[in-house]
Design a protein around this ligand. Structure first.
Ligand code: SAH
Ligand code: SF4
Ligand code: F3S
Length: 492
């Protein structure tokens, strides 16, 4: 056999279109799937109709996210009539949850792949192209076997990385856990992502080193309850605080963030580690979900408002400049006007950097769906959502205003959103500057004009204005200075 004949001939110009909804886990999964398909000779296209393979990476957390995908699939029916050779795949959380229901609702779908089986995609796409047969790769349901067998059916998928799909070339998500064992009553994630499993520190470390070698400056560690991370290696228990210490030593990495934290598992060991490690972001996303104990109990969140406030007290004491953000569900069964007001009070008291606010969406298969009636009218959910958003925006803007006149250090991520919208035309000013964006160590977004060469660097910016979501500033240009007199204080 000649060397040439050993290489599988790659059909060239295979085009892949991928659409991703849902959380950062899904964004990472898409990046990895694209990486694997590139090795099969695929290139990305942004035109769904031009694509040879179309993948939808789906989310089931709210009904709306599923509707979006089913209507996209509806549209695909027509394109498939014209392009019968097209392979259509539904992957991710909705694939694991709806399984063959997807084939029944959208018969033109070829492959269905759950979150724990993403490694199968290249083979399944290849086979679908050659034999046109439908196939599914799914993990076991949470009650379909022993914990070990269910866990084994969900594989953490962390192969080679695909720089093009990252949030920016300087940032990368790194999965440290899969699954969730908290079983909040409203939530599908424990069944779509399977049992909680933590990856080995040595695998996380070697992945981070590779990323650093590719120019990544910031890693964002991912887990549904990321601070519940625990892994026993060589007879020693590693918690998130231990992992942060190990990752801190990786040369080239300037910042380390982790999302999303679970209030009950926020130990002082973790807070003190963040305080002691200069590369650790002073930012925590710790959703409270509701400010009312009766609702929290119905949600089975496992903590009371008082316990959450005790945790906030420890955060403020150990990390005084730390930004905290939260999630809220409004209109959950049992949420009275009084309970809603208690959630509003929590926002006033905690002064979150930002809050992600969601209207309760009953999800078949969850305990809440089984036990509670979805009793709050959509009109009321909408009003509560808007009121809460207005309050949060007011607080975010007030707190952002506190940065005006101060200097912050940002990691420059790239062109700002306004700049990206302008693209197409040549948006560079004559001196080569464009509007850039970056983030402070406490995760605040900063927009400023600067040379694109600054991307990926840590740069000092002086803040002169703000909106609820963004600090506006200009680059600090200092000619030679003696001492530090007259300099603005640097905030983290
Ligand atoms: N693991 C994360 C959350 C993952 S889901 C955590 O526990 O914090 C992201 C957010 O979606 C949740 O924090 C919750 O606010 C919201 N969410 C989950 N299920 C929902 C539902 N059925 N209806 C509305 N919002 C929901
Ligand atoms: Fe869902 Fe609760 Fe797990 Fe978060 S902790 S993923 S809300 S079950
Ligand atoms: Fe959605 Fe799955 Fe993430 S349900 S929120 S994509 S874990």
């Amino acid at each position: 056999m000649t060397t040439e004949s050993k290489i599988t001939p790659v059909e060239h110009n295979q085009k892949l279109y991928i659409e991703t909804v849902g959380c950062q886990m899904n964004v990472l999964d898409s990046e990895l799937v694209v990486g694997a398909l590139r090795q099969e000779g695929y290139e990305l296209t942004s035109d769904m109709l031009q694509a040879d393979t179309v993948l939808f990476n789906t989310c089931s957390v709210r009904e709306h996210a599923e509707h979006k995908i089913y209507s996209q699939l509806g549209r695909m029916k027509f394109s498939k009539r014209e392009r019968p050779d097209q392979v259509i795949g539904v992957i991710g959380c909705m694939a694991q949850k709806d399984q063959d229901l997807i084939f029944r609702r959208a018969p033109h779908v070829d492959i269905i792949v759950g979150t724990g089986q993403l490694g199968e995609i290249p083979r399944m796409v290849r086979e679908a192209r050659s034999n046109r047969e439908k196939s599914m790769a799914l993990s076991l349901g949470r009650k379909a076997g022993s914990r070990d067998s269910v866990s084994a059916s969900f594989e953490s998928y962390d192969p080679l990385r695909e720089p093009e799909m990252r949030p920016s070339p300087y940032q990368a998500y790194v999965r440290i856990m899969i699954g969730c064992d908290k079983f909040c009553t409203y939530c599908v994630v424990p069944s779509t992502r399977g049992p909680e499993q933590s990856r080995a520190p040595k695998d996380i470390l070697s992945e981070t080193r590779v990323l650093a070698g590719q120019g990544v400056k910031e890693i964002i560690l991912l887990g549904q309850t990321v601070n519940s991370y625990k892994h026993t290696e060589d007879g020693r228990l590693h918690r998130l605080s231990d992992l942060l210490h190990q990752l801190h030593d990786v040369d080239g990495i300037d910042r380390i963030k982790f999302i999303t934290s679970y209030p009950k598992d926020m130990g002082n060991d973790l807070l003190e580690t963040i305080r002691d490690l200069p590369k650790a972001a002073h930012y925590l996303h710790v959703p409270i979900q509701s400010g009312c104990n009766d609702v929290l109990k119905m949600m089975k969140r496992g903590y009371t408002v008082e316990q959450y406030m005790e945790m906030m007290g420890r955060i403020r004491e150990i990390l005084p400049d730390c930004a905290v953000s939260s999630d809220f569900i409004v209109g959950h069964p049992g949420e009275t006007e009084e309970s809603f007001e208690k959630s509003m009070d929590i926002i006033r008291e905690c002064r979150f950097k930002n809050s992600f606010i969601f209207k309760y969406s009953p999800r078949p298969g969850t305990k809440a769906f089984e036990l509670y009636e979805d009793e709050i009218p959509d009109k009321v959910k909408k009003r509560r959502n808007n009121e809460m958003l207005a309050l949060q925006n007011q607080i975010s803007e007030e707190d952002n205003a506190g940065f005006i006149g101060k200097e912050v250090e940002v990691l420059v991520e790239g062109a700002s959103k306004t700049e990206v919208k302008k693209s197409g035309s040549n948006s560079e000013e004559t001196d080569g500057t464009i509007q850039l964006m970056g983030r402070t160590r406490c995760d605040r977004i900063v927009a400023f004009d600067g040379n694109p060469r600054l991307k990926g660097t840590l740069t000092n910016i002086s803040i002169f204005d703000c909106t609820p979501t963004t600090l506006l500033g200009s680059i600090v240009t200092r000619s030679y200075q003696h001492g530090t007199e007259g300099m603005l204080p640097i905030l983290q």
